[in-house]
Write a protein that binds this ligand. Structure first.
Ligand code: GDP
Ligand code: MN
Length: 348
């Protein structure tokens, strides 16, 4: 067919997935994007790349979530970028706001304090609601309840390579539950008590963990925590990780400390430590073949050096965060989980 060689208005062009495999078997998966109306242009660029590099061949549906209603303009411009289903949802108030047990005055004082120290998002309340939502609620949103798998995408992120296979089916087939792209050190001032609370929870819930040992040396207390976390702006994961009684109890325990507000806990270190509590290393997949950038950190794939030929474009500065001192990737790759069986109380 020669339709691609001529300019023609959208209405005359067949949906692009008709061009590939029309009878694909898809996973029960969704692309999840939490965003604001003001991020329209940044999101437009990201979805354009996401579609061109991957989803136009698959047609996975999108769910966009917002704490305020999306504008008509936003919905039209975004849904025009894809032939896949796009649904725009509002977050219920009980998933985005102050829980009743948090002392708001105290929290505001803590926020001001962190702000003064120059901690990133230290003074932001909306950021805290966002982190709490991503930690304990997104997978319970009515629009996401029917799905087993998700890929989290954010406005402004870049995708540098073609993805010629279905990452959800790959995960399913290989018994993976969590896929990441960048792993790095968290800012310590945002989570001063998270590690200790995690150990306390693990002990009280009588959990036998293996992977938690990668993230720290419990006998050294909170300075034993290496602050490594999977960067949650990119996640390809099973919803079942969060929809289970252990994670439910963990989130509930953390939430009741109030430290989403008194401190500034991110959803990334929480997801990561939860994996430490519940998962084995073999269930976690590093998507090495997905070139990706969020803010100024990129995982870049060199077509020739990798031998992968994924038709990648690296950022023009060719900076690859993987070998940066801020990255935990080399430690992660070198980690041999089998050597570190750890029961409670710590028996080292
Ligand atoms: P960072 O990645 O930690 O720097 O934080 P971002 O500002 O990128 O926020 C993470 C994600 O949450 C992005 O997808 C944002 O669009 C979204 N987000 C952050 N704050 C809000 C908010 O107040 N409302 C909505 N609707 N989305 C938000
Ligand atoms: Mn972001």
């Amino acid at each position: 067919s020669d339709w691609k060689t001529h300019y023609s208005p959208m209405s005359q062009i067949p949906p692009p997935h008709a061009e590939f495999l029309p009878n694909r078997t898809l996973a029960n998966a969704v692309i999840v994007i939490l965003c604001r109306n003001s991020e329209l242009q940044a999101l437009r660029r990201s979805i354009r790349e996401f579609e061109d590099r991957f989803n136009r061949k698959y047609g996975y549906p999108y769910v966009f979530l917002n704490d305020v209603p999306f504008t008509q303009e936003f919905k039209e411009i975004i849904s025009n970028l894809t032939y896949a289903n796009a649904t725009f949802g509002l977050i219920p108030q009980e998933m985005w706001g102050w829980p009743p047990w948090v002392e708001q005055k105290t929290a505001l004082r803590c926020m001001q304090n962190l702000q003064t120290q120059g901690v990133l998002y230290g003074g932001s309340l909306s950021y805290r609601h966002m982190c709490r939502f991503n930690s304990g609620f997104f997978y319970k949103h009515p629009l996401l309840l029917g799905y087993d798998w998700y890929w989290r995408v954010e406005p402004g992120v870049k995708f540098f390579c073609d993805l010629d296979y279905d990452p959800f089916l790959f995960m399913q087939k290989n018994n993976k539950t969590y896929g990441f792209n960048i792993i790095l050190h968290e800012i310590r001032a945002t989570i001063p008590s998270l590690y200790q609370h995690t150990l306390k929870f693990a002990e009280s819930a009588n959990l036998t963990t293996r992977l938690l040992r990668f993230f720290g040396e419990p006998s050294k207390g909170w300075v034993g925590y290496n602050l490594c976390h999977f960067w949650s702006n990119f996640e390809i994961a099973s919803m079942s990780l969060w929809r289970n009684p252990t994670y439910e109890a963990y989130f509930d325990y953390l939430d009741h400390t109030g430290n989403f507000f008194y401190e500034r806990w991110g959803d990334a270190p929480i997801h990561t430590l939860a994996l430490g509590l519940m998962a084995n290393k073999s269930e976690i997949h590093f998507f090495n073949d997905i070139g990706y950038k969020h803010d100024s950190f990129a995982h870049c794939v060199d077509d020739e050096a990798s031998g992968l030929n994924r038709r990648c474009m690296c950022p023009s500065d060719h900076k690859n965060f993987d070998t940066d001192a801020g990255s935990c990737l080399q430690d992660w790759l070198a980690y041999r989980e089998e050597g570190y069986q750890w029961d409670f109380p710590p028996n080292n």
